[in-house]
Every structure is written in structure tokens, then in C-alpha cells.
Design a protein around this ligand. Structure first.
Ligand code: TRP
Length: 331
């Protein structure tokens, strides 16, 4: 029996991934596969809390799945599935929603932000979004969940719900902990380097998409906002240059000092070009693999079918246990 601790994480299929998603999340997902039993999901049910164009959602889900494979998520080592292919998630969300207080959901900052941004469509799903996330995590007995700062509150909520349920019925769910990444934390916008890099930024120049053609990437780095200085040096307040040094370090493995030494006496121009080229070269094999996979629909389908079967097998065991505890009649 595989006794490695379980990791669960999910990513929404909205457009392509940014360099920030790649560095901050996906590269870590890939690394974690060696030491943990990893379960990763393209969480399409979470995406429909915001109105989606059906054809685009379908495409984006397939793209996100292929891109995760291209980045190195290994479907033999890990479970990689599309959330809506596994019906236990929606069912568990109903049950767990009955153990999650309305008041706690109302305090979620993501709900407040999203309802402000989409005031024309504040639906119940947007409000119960975190309950579905709780189901995702608890169904697999995940002890660790790698998430960014913005998801901390949701993770805290899943801990509370697991503890509450266990308190009433006895040990049922594993209480998850956040998995804090040592590196790769935060990649900032190339245009407003005090802000996090985001694909929802209005100017595409502000973010690098993992699928940007190499010359586009290089151009974006060349026009990255820095300051009026010239030294490639990591200093407080020099957000733009600091961000570029961080990115360069993550790609090349170089420390800040090594990067500073490498570009001593050279200007920002040379440095930006070097960062752009390093990123483009690094992502080239990922892009090649992605396009190869997108041409092999039969393989992709087989892959997500198998992922869904594995996910269903694990999650239905947990769900059965919870159903029984609550007093639902055996089916
Ligand atoms: N809500 C997460 C996000 O927007 C995605 C997500 C859904 C998730 N289910 C999850 C992340 C379970 C971690 C664990 O980033």
C-alpha cells in the first residue's frame, strides 16, 4: 500500500497559465510528485460560478489539462482529472455545506471581491464556492494543500468544516494543512511590478503566458517596467528589477548575488533580454509538448478518463463513509 501523504490541488481552466501560475504553482506540483501521492484537478465546476462561454470553457478545460501534462504532471504517478467528470464532488459539497456556517462563508474575501466584480450575477454557487473546494480536498484525505496566499482563507474553512464534522461523528476526514512553498512564491506584473502577475490584467504586456511565442515573450521582457537606475541589483523599492532577478533565478537556479555578478557593468537592456531568452528557452519544450498533445485528442481523452476513474474510486470511499455517519440510507 502506498503510504505517502496525499496532496490535493486544483486550478481553474480560465485561459492559459501565466508565468506566475507556472513558477508559483505548477512547477511545484510537478516536483511534489516524487514525495507525495498527488491528486490534481482542473476545477471546471468552480469556473461556472462566473458566466462562461460554453465552447470556450470546453476548450479551456482541455487546454489546461494538456498544459498540466506538458509541464510534467505525470498521469501514471499522480491522479489528474477534470472535476466535473467525478460526481462525488458535487454530492460531497452538498453534504459538507450543511456543516459549514453561512456566517463563515459570508466572511470570505474572495466572495466579497468576486461579487463586487460581477454584481450582475451574484449566484448561490459563488457563495458556496468554498464548500466545493472543501469537498475537493476532504474527499481525497489530503493532508497537504499547496495554495497561494489568496486561498488561505478557503483552506482554513476546510479545516474548520473537517474538525466540526469529526467532532460530531468521530474521525472521518483528514484535517488538511496548507503546504507552504519554499520558493517560486510571487511573480509580479511586468508593467506594474507592485502588483501580482495576472492573466486578467487588461494589458497583455503585463503578463507572460506559458504559451506566448518566444519572440513575444522576449518583447514583453524588453518592455518590462523598471526604474531610472542602471545597476542590476536587488534593492528594496526596486520592484521591477527585483522581479526580473527573481524570475531569472527561478529559471537558471542562480542566486541573487550570482545574477548581480553576471550583469555587473551591463545595463537593464542586456539584462531584460537575457531574462526573456532564458524564460523562452525554458518554456520551449513545454510548448512543443503541449502542441503535440493537443494534436492527440485520443490520448488526452484516455488520460482524463483514467484520471476520473481513479479519482472516483478514492473519493467514493470517503463519501460513503461520510454518508453512513450522517445517517443516509445505504444505496
Ligand atoms: N479555488 C482555487 C483557486 O481559485 C482552486 C481550487 C479549487 C483549489 N479546489 C481546490 C485549490 C482545492 C486547492 C485545493 O485557486
Amino acid at each position: 500500500m502506498d503510504r505517502k501523504p496525499v496532496i490535493f490541488s486544483g486550478i481553474q481552466p480560465t485561459g492559459t497559465f501565466t508565468l506566475g501560475n507556472y513558477m508559483g504553482a505548477i512547477k511545484n506540483w510537478v516536483k511534489l510528485q516524487d514525495d507525495y501521492r498527488c491528486v490534481y484537478s482542473v476545477v471546471d465546476l468552480h469556473s461556472v460560478t462566473i458566466r462562461q462561454e460554453p465552447k470556450i470553457l470546453r476548450e479551456n478545460t482541455m487546454r489546461a489539462y494538456a498544459l498540466l501534462l506538458a509541464c510534467g504532471v505525470d498521469p501514471e504517478k499522480s491522479v489528474l482529472f477534470v472535476q466535473s467528470h467525478v460526481p462525488t464532488h458535487a454530492e460531497a459539497a452538498w453534504l459538507l455545506g450543511c456543516y459549514t456556517p453561512y456566517g463563515e462563508l459570508g466572511r470570505m474575501t474572495q466572495f466579497k471581491d468576486k461579487s463586487a466584480a460581477h454584481s450582475e450575477n451574484i449566484n448561490a454557487g459563488l457563495f458556496t464556492y468554498p464548500v466545493l473546494q472543501i469537498a475537493d480536498i476532504l474527499l481525497y484525505n489530503a493532508s497537504l494543500v499547496p495554495v497561494g496566499e489568496d486561498q488561505r482563507q478557503h483552506l482554513e474553512l476546510s479545516r474548520n468544516t473537517a474538525i466540526r464534522f469529526n467532532g460530531i461523528y468521530g474521525d472521518t476526514f483528514v484535517v488538511p494543512e496548507p503546504y507552504i512553498q519554499k520558493e517560486g512564491g510571487k511573480i509580479m506584473s511586468l508593467q506594474e511590478p507592485a502588483k501580482k502577475m495576472s492573466k486578467s490584467d487588461a494589458t497583455p504586456k503585463a503578463y507572460i503566458s506559458v504559451l506566448d511565442p518566444p519572440d513575444t515573450m522576449i518583447k514583453k521582457f524588453k518592455s518590462a517596467v523598471t526604474d531610472s537606475g542602471t545597476d542590476v541589483a536587488y534593492r528594496p523599492g526596486k520592484d521591477g528589477v527585483n522581479n526580473l532577478i527573481t524570475i531569472y533565478g527561478l529559471i537558471t537556479g542562480k542566486t541573487i548575488e550570482e545574477t548581480e555578478a553576471e550583469f555587473k557593468g551591463k545595463g537593464y537592456g542586456d539584462f531584460k533580454l537575457a531574462v526573456g531568452e532564458a524564460v523562452a528557452n525554458h518554456l520551449k519544450p513545454v510548448q512543443d509538448e503541449y502542441y503535440r498533445l493537443m494534436d492527440d485528442r485520443a490520448y488526452l481523452e484516455a488520460c482524463w478518463k483514467q484520471g476520473a476513474e481513479k479519482a472516483f474510486a478514492i473519493s467514493s470511499r470517503t463519501l460513503e463513509k461520510a454518508r453512513k455517519k450522517v445517517g443516509l440510507l445505504k444505496r
